[in-house]
Design a protein. Structure first.
Length: 140
Protein backbone atom coordinates (compact mmCIF):
# COMPACT_ATOMS: atom_id res chain seq x y z
CA UNK A 1 0.00 0.00 0.00
CA UNK A 2 1.41 3.40 -0.92
CA UNK A 3 0.73 6.43 1.23
CA UNK A 4 -1.65 8.83 -0.48
CA UNK A 5 -1.83 12.57 0.26
CA UNK A 6 -4.58 13.63 2.63
CA UNK A 7 -6.91 16.60 2.22
CA UNK A 8 -7.96 18.75 5.15
CA UNK A 9 -9.91 22.00 5.21
CA UNK A 10 -9.88 24.43 8.13
CA UNK A 11 -11.22 27.91 8.92
CA UNK A 12 -9.25 31.12 8.33
CA UNK A 13 -10.25 34.78 8.47
CA UNK A 14 -7.87 36.28 5.89
CA UNK A 15 -6.23 34.66 2.84
CA UNK A 16 -3.15 36.91 2.91
CA UNK A 17 -2.47 36.35 6.61
CA UNK A 18 -2.83 32.60 5.96
CA UNK A 19 -0.35 32.86 3.06
CA UNK A 20 2.19 34.67 5.26
CA UNK A 21 1.98 31.96 7.94
CA UNK A 22 1.74 28.78 5.83
CA UNK A 23 4.07 29.86 3.02
CA UNK A 24 6.33 32.36 4.77
CA UNK A 25 6.83 30.49 8.05
CA UNK A 26 6.06 26.83 7.33
CA UNK A 27 7.35 26.79 3.74
CA UNK A 28 4.19 25.46 2.06
CA UNK A 29 3.57 25.80 -1.64
CA UNK A 30 0.35 27.37 -2.93
CA UNK A 31 -2.11 25.71 -5.29
CA UNK A 32 -5.44 27.08 -6.42
CA UNK A 33 -6.92 30.02 -4.58
CA UNK A 34 -9.66 32.61 -4.56
CA UNK A 35 -10.64 35.43 -2.23
CA UNK A 36 -12.62 32.85 -0.17
CA UNK A 37 -10.11 29.96 0.08
CA UNK A 38 -6.48 28.93 -0.54
CA UNK A 39 -4.85 25.52 -1.13
CA UNK A 40 -1.49 24.81 0.51
CA UNK A 41 0.98 22.01 -0.19
CA UNK A 42 1.97 20.84 3.30
CA UNK A 43 4.68 18.23 2.70
CA UNK A 44 2.71 16.80 -0.22
CA UNK A 45 -0.68 17.02 1.48
CA UNK A 46 -3.47 19.37 0.46
CA UNK A 47 -4.63 21.61 3.29
CA UNK A 48 -7.14 24.30 2.47
CA UNK A 49 -7.99 27.45 4.39
CA UNK A 50 -11.60 28.58 3.96
CA UNK A 51 -12.57 32.13 4.96
CA UNK A 52 -15.16 32.16 7.76
CA UNK A 53 -16.40 34.79 10.23
CA UNK A 54 -14.17 35.34 13.29
CA UNK A 55 -16.82 34.44 15.87
CA UNK A 56 -16.45 30.63 15.69
CA UNK A 57 -16.67 28.17 18.61
CA UNK A 58 -13.83 27.73 21.12
CA UNK A 59 -11.55 24.72 20.76
CA UNK A 60 -11.98 21.74 23.10
CA UNK A 61 -9.02 19.93 24.66
CA UNK A 62 -8.23 16.44 26.00
CA UNK A 63 -5.57 15.39 28.49
CA UNK A 64 -2.86 13.38 26.68
CA UNK A 65 0.15 12.38 28.75
CA UNK A 66 -0.27 15.46 30.95
CA UNK A 67 -0.78 17.97 28.12
CA UNK A 68 -4.10 19.63 27.28
CA UNK A 69 -4.17 18.72 23.59
CA UNK A 70 -6.60 20.57 21.31
CA UNK A 71 -9.11 18.01 20.04
CA UNK A 72 -9.08 19.61 16.58
CA UNK A 73 -5.58 19.85 15.16
CA UNK A 74 -3.47 18.69 12.23
CA UNK A 75 0.17 18.53 11.22
CA UNK A 76 2.90 16.37 9.76
CA UNK A 77 5.19 13.66 11.11
CA UNK A 78 8.69 14.85 10.23
CA UNK A 79 12.12 13.26 10.38
CA UNK A 80 13.77 14.03 13.75
CA UNK A 81 16.25 16.58 12.32
CA UNK A 82 13.47 18.32 10.34
CA UNK A 83 11.36 18.52 13.52
CA UNK A 84 14.26 20.08 15.45
CA UNK A 85 14.87 22.59 12.64
CA UNK A 86 11.18 23.60 12.58
CA UNK A 87 11.17 23.87 16.40
CA UNK A 88 14.16 26.22 16.20
CA UNK A 89 12.62 28.26 13.37
CA UNK A 90 9.36 28.72 15.29
CA UNK A 91 11.26 29.62 18.46
CA UNK A 92 13.39 32.17 16.57
CA UNK A 93 10.22 33.66 15.05
CA UNK A 94 8.76 33.90 18.59
CA UNK A 95 5.72 31.82 17.67
CA UNK A 96 3.94 31.06 20.95
CA UNK A 97 3.61 27.35 21.60
CA UNK A 98 0.30 25.98 22.83
CA UNK A 99 2.32 22.97 24.06
CA UNK A 100 6.09 23.48 24.20
CA UNK A 101 8.30 21.17 22.13
CA UNK A 102 9.18 18.09 24.16
CA UNK A 103 9.72 14.34 23.98
CA UNK A 104 6.77 12.16 24.96
CA UNK A 105 6.99 8.45 25.94
CA UNK A 106 10.77 8.74 26.48
CA UNK A 107 12.66 5.44 26.07
CA UNK A 108 9.43 3.56 25.23
CA UNK A 109 8.01 2.26 21.96
CA UNK A 110 6.39 5.26 20.31
CA UNK A 111 8.91 7.78 21.70
CA UNK A 112 8.12 11.02 19.93
CA UNK A 113 8.94 14.67 19.79
CA UNK A 114 5.83 16.86 19.71
CA UNK A 115 4.93 20.54 19.65
CA UNK A 116 1.66 22.40 19.28
CA UNK A 117 1.14 25.95 18.06
CA UNK A 118 -1.73 27.89 16.55
CA UNK A 119 -1.92 29.59 13.18
CA UNK A 120 -3.11 33.23 13.12
CA UNK A 121 -6.74 32.02 13.08
CA UNK A 122 -6.59 29.79 16.17
CA UNK A 123 -6.25 26.49 14.26
CA UNK A 124 -3.96 24.20 16.24
CA UNK A 125 -1.11 22.40 14.50
CA UNK A 126 0.93 19.52 15.88
CA UNK A 127 4.23 18.66 14.28
CA UNK A 128 5.77 15.49 15.61
CA UNK A 129 8.57 13.05 15.01
CA UNK A 130 9.24 9.46 16.04
CA UNK A 131 12.53 7.85 17.02
CA UNK A 132 11.35 4.86 14.96
CA UNK A 133 8.60 5.22 12.34
CA UNK A 134 7.71 1.55 12.86
CA UNK A 135 5.99 2.69 16.08
CA UNK A 136 3.78 5.39 14.55
CA UNK A 137 0.71 3.15 14.88
CA UNK A 138 1.98 0.89 17.68
CA UNK A 139 -0.44 0.22 20.53
CA UNK A 140 2.29 -0.69 23.08
Amino acid sequence: MSLRPFHLAFPIHDVEVAREFYVGLLGCGVGRESEKWIDFDLHGHQVVGHVVPKDGPAAHTNDVDGDMVPARHFGVILEWAEWEALRDKLTDAEVPFRIEPHVRFKDKPGEQGTMFFDDPFGNSLEFKTFRDDAYIFATR
